[in-house]
Design a protein around this ligand. Structure first.
Ligand code: XUL
Length: 521
């Protein structure tokens, strides 16, 4: 029997999912929410409120306290933690934890009779951790880029241009602002490798999935990039954990968890990864051929890639794939934001986005087009000062505006995912709006690929648990069959006779977009 535990240390809380892989079912789930469950930390949304100049930090001790509480709750639920064979975890990407030289020794001698927080606290050299929402490091991004020969060079090496929230620029800011504390820092962990270290009772390595979100790892050779590391902060190479093989076993669980919560001594702790790489696994999309489109406040597109290609425009990111190879992550900021803006403008319900509503207008919208960037967009990086329209004679009506926002969003996605060099067999659609058949049909039609719906909640924790199971020898195919099956009857195929219309539409849209980009630069 294989019982495995997946952890997900995310922005707002930490959760656990326990799988029985023989029976193909989830045995237990539990979540600790930082705001609700740990109000004493004063971080209702998982970070310290009112950060200035774009700073968004969280308290790493809150994560530790939450981990302890999560285990207490699993035990109180009556979970048989002694039967857990392996543990893996996911962490919000890019966040960093700064610890002194003594941290390693402390991990190896954690006392079950003392609180975890009290034992770890003295080893923090930076009291707070910058997280992925932080945008305070534009200066450091520019400095790192200049030192290695430009931001395209940072992208060529690391898979992303220098980005404010990425760990390297964050490390540089700390080293500049507090050189004394930087000097005392012995190791910089990511959220994922920090929690893994606590669980394993030894300083863990960083996997290439999460490591690629630092602007420090060379994608092509999977090692820390000497030029980027040197450009980031003095002495950084010695303070970085080693890069670990994805899925490798760090060691057995720390005695602390055995004594306190009843885990077995032989329980393996498997190298943790970032939440996006773990979600790729949890969606059943870690083998090339499936592209996941998640429709949320922002829309994201991610897919496994066999080759370490980078986005020539520098909009998308490339991370390691925990199951081997690479993955892309492309974020489209104007997701449901834009769909809702059109809905509100005409006082519509979501039924206007269903097939019945969309039937009022033809595929391609007779050339009526929209640039759906109500707010400044990331992919492509453009600020059009609100949505832009073309092709309407006279006033815009509701039905053609609904079609316009959807055709524009998915055509924009199709234009900006080509650099991946992946020809998807299927698109897995997830997130709130994915249940809408009209929206899903336009995705199928624009991409010319079948679309299946996946209603996976907690895909990052599930993906982590699947990695733990894979490390115990359970085949990935069996795990995907049991835990990541698309919803029954949810597949839509592309409509007949529309390919030419959408190919022409794409060309016209690209020209419209290019004009707006030149105007905004
Ligand atoms: C990815 C990113 C976010 C965080 C959220 O680059 O910043 O998706 O990983 O936890």
């Amino acid at each position: 029997m294989s019982i495995v535990l997946g952890l997900d240390s995310s922005t707002q809380g930490i959760s656990a999912v326990i799988l029985n892989t023989d029976e193909g079912r989830i045995v237990s789930e539990e979540t600790v929410r930082f705001g609700e469950d740990l109000p004493a930390f004063g971080q209702p949304s998982g970070f310290i409120p009112d950060g200035e100049n774009g700073e968004v930090h969280a308290d790493p001790l809150m994560w530790v306290e939450a981990l302890n509480l999560l285990m207490e709750r699993l035990k109180a639920q009556g979970c048989d933690l002694a039967s857990v064979e392996a543990i893996c975890g996911s962490g919000q990407q890019h966040g960093s934890v700064y610890l002194d030289e003594g941290f390693r020794a402390k991990l190896e001698s954690l006392q079950a009779g003392q609180s975890l927080v009290a034992q770890i606290e003295p080893h923090l050299t930076r009291r707070t951790s910058p997280i992925w929402m932080d945008s305070s490091t534009s200066e450091e991004c520019a400095e790192i880029a200049a030192a290695v020969g430009g931001t395209e060079e940072v992208c060529r090496r690391s898979g992303s241009i220098a980005i404010e929230r990425f760990t390297g620029p964050q490390i540089r800011k700390f080293a500049k602002e507090d050189p004394e504390a930087w000097g005392r820092t012995g190791v910089v962990h990511l959220v994922s490798s920090f929690i893994a270290s606590v669980m394993a009772g030894r300083s863990a390595g960083i996997d290439p999935g999460d490591g690629a979100g630092m602007n420090l790892m060379n994608l092509a050779d999977g090692a820390w990039d000497e030029g980027l590391v040197t450009a980031t902060a003095p002495g950084l190479m010695e303070k970085l954990p080693p890069l670990a093989k994805p899925g490798s076993v760090i060691g057995e669980i720390a005695g602390f968890f055995v004594e306190r919560f009843g885990f077995s001594t032989g329980c393996k702790v498997v190298t943790f990864s970032g939440d996006n790489p773990c979600s790729l696994v949890g969606m059943g999309a870690s083998s090339p051929g499936k592209v996941v489109v998640s429709l949320g406040t922002s829309d994201t597109l991610f897919a496994a890639m066999p080759e370490p290609r980078t986005d020539p425009n520098g909009y998308g990111h490339v991370f390691g794939n925990p199951m081997g190879g690479f993955m892309s992550l492309i974020c489209f900021k104007n997701g449901s934001l834009a769909r809702e803006a059109v809905k509100e403008e005409f006082g519509l319900g979501w039924d206007a986005f269903e097939p019945g509503g969309l039937a009022e207008t033809p595929v391609g919208n007779e050339g009526r087009m929209m640039l759906p960037f109500f707010e400044s967009e990331i992919t492509p990086r453009v600020d059009t000062g609100g949505a832009k329209y073309a092709g309407w004679e006279g006033a815009r009506d509701a039905a053609s505006s609904v079609r316009a926002v959807l055709e524009a969003q998915f055509t924009n996605m199709r234009l900006h995912f080509r650099w991946l060099g992946v020809e998807p067999e299927i698109i897995l659609l997830t997130g709130g709006a994915s249940q809408n058949d009209g929206i899903a049909q336009i995705v199928a039609d624009v991409f010319g690929k079948p679309v299946s719906r996946l209603s996976v909640t907690g895909s990052a924790g599930l993906g982590a648990a699947m990695q733990a199971a894979a490390a115990c020898g359970v085949p990935l195919a069996a795990l995907e069959e049991a835990f990541c099956r698309p919803e029954e009857g949810s597949t839509l195929v592309p409509s007949d006779g529309i390919r030419e219309t959408y190919d022409e539409f794409e060309q016209a849209f690209a020209e419209f977009l290019q004009g707006a980009q030149s105007a905004s630069n």
